[in-house]
Design a protein around this ligand. Structure first.
Ligand code: UD1
Ligand code: CA
Length: 426
């Protein structure tokens, strides 16, 4: 039978403990909102449909989806009253396309869940032809999670939520990780029978498990590849803990791919950064989103590479440099204290200590170009828009003012900088 997958992402929770005006799922980890981890996983599965269930923050979340996912067809539905995960799924029912055969439920606050684990969950579900497949994990401290109850033949009987545990099952270590996949028809048939007969008086999606077991329907489980994957964000402290784990995953990936990150504890690399082989990242380096670094570079210690920067091969960026929307050509050196913004540096450029671009005039960000082989003397200020030509030199302490371009091979110095040797503009 051909499967047509629908995905429901639950994100209606208030996130009170975040103590924030921003919806919980829009808080960022490693440069992108928590919710986008679930959305990106969902999109990678190429489903027939994605529905996002949100609460009172509907407008803010729709605005976000419209900007970051404008090309994707993601439907958003508001759960009117937050009365449990089963009710959240039901609130998406009217939006479900008739041709959907299977329904995957993901949470919007579990950014560590990997695509591989979700794919494995789906494969298990399809292979076993089950009505329901749960993602489970073994964790030492299972407090807060629903526990998986099994019979003697190891069939799953039901999920018992943490608050409803009894002395018999309090020590169970297998937890319900949250993500699960259903045969749509079967789920919609039984979900109406769920009653809020638990301590929280909520409609629990997990109660479906017991209902299917009683009907002798086939329930399977797949396990998460690491117990980290099931962690959710409920507070700011969870947010920073999970961000550390994600950052560590990114760094491990670079270490495997031939990049040295000499101090993982003090290095922060956003989720989409690209770095070439044999580049060394020294301690205390922060690299924002949308940064690309080439091969065989040395970055740091102590520097900040901001978004939109592209660094070619064999480049040195030394201590206390901040680079913002910088292009740096091959073999260029920016070795000590600098602020460089909106600048294109050619190949073999030497940027002396203390060089600063004055790229913002109070209204606009203006661009600077420094062509190949130029030598920018220590403490030069480049007031944009301005260009320093090929093999040109600026003297130490110069202020090269707006539009006063330095021609190729020329030498300029002073405040404001004057041409000492004229050179030749091409
Ligand atoms: C849920 C599971 C539990 C599992 C745990 C894993 C249920 C009843 N329990 O518990 O078995 O171990 O996740 O993290 O499902 N949500 C809504 N609307 C609601 C309630 C929740 O959209 O009315 C969303 C939340 O925003 C969140 C997700 O559903 O993304 C899970 O809800 P939450 O209340 O955090 O459930 P847990 O108590 O963690
Ligand atoms: Ca939770």
């Amino acid at each position: 039978m051909k499967h047509n997958l629908g995905i429901i992402i639950l994100a209606a929770g208030k996130g009170k403990r975040m103590n924030s005006r921003l919806p919980k799922v829009l808080h960022k980890l490693c440069g992108k909102p928590m919710l986008s981890y679930s959305i990106d996983t969902a999109l990678s599965l190429r489903p027939g449909q994605i529905i996002l269930v949100v609460g009172d923050d509907k407008e803010k979340i729709i605005d976000y989806i419209k900007t970051d996912y404008k090309k994707e067809k993601i439907k958003v539905v508001q759960q009117k009253k937050l009365c449990g995960t089963a009710d959240a799924v039901l609130s998406a029912k009217s939006m479900l396309s008739a041709n959907i055969t299977d329904l995957l439920v993901l949470y919007g606050d579990q950014p560590l869940l990997t695509k591989e684990t979700v794919k494995n969950l789906l494969n298990t579900h399809y292979k076993n032809n089950s009505v329901l497949t749960l993602l489970t994990a073994e964790i030492d401290d299972a407090t807060g999670y629903g526990r998986v109850l099994r019979d003697k033949a190891n069939n799953i009987i039901r999920i018992c939520e943490d608050l409803d545990l009894t002395w018999d099952n309090i020590e169970l270590k297998e937890v319900n990780a949250g993500s699960c996949v259903f045969k749509k028809k079967e789920l919609l048939r039984v979900i109406k029978d769920i009653k809020p007969d638990n301590k929280k008086k909520e409609y629990y999606l997990t109660d479906v498990v017991g209902l299917f077991y009683r009907e002798n329907k086939k329930i399977s489980s797949a396990s998460a590849s690491s117990s980290d994957e099931v962690l959710g964000v409920n507070s700011r402290s969870d947010l920073v803990d999970l961000e550390q784990i994600l950052n560590q995953r990114t760094i491990n990936k670079f270490l495997d791919n031939g990049v040295t990150v000499s101090s993982p504890q003090t290095t922060f690399i956003n989720h989409d950064v690209r770095i070439g082989k044999d580049t060394v990242i020294k301690p205390f380096v922060y690299i924002d989103s949308e940064v690309e670094i080439g091969k065989n570079c040395t970055i740091g210690p102590f520097c900040h590479i901001r978004g939109g920067s592209k660094i070619a091969d064999n480049v040195i960026v030394g201590s206390f440099a901040e680079l913002n929307r910088v292009y740096a050509g091959n073999n260029t050196r920016i070795k000590h204290f600098s602020y460089l913004g909106d600048i294109k540096l050619g190949n073999n450029v030497n940027v002396g200590a203390g060089v600063v671009t004055a790229n913002f005039d109070g209204k606009n960000k203006n661009k600077t170009v420094v062509a190949d082989n130029a030598f920018i003397g220590s403490d030069t200020i480049l007031v944009a828009p301005v260009r320093v030509g090929k093999s040109a030199v600026t003297g130490a302490g110069s202020v090269v003012t707006k539009h006063k371009n330095v021609p190729d091979k020329a030498i300029a110095f002073g405040v404001p900088a004057k041409l000492y040797k004229k050179g030749k503009d091409e």
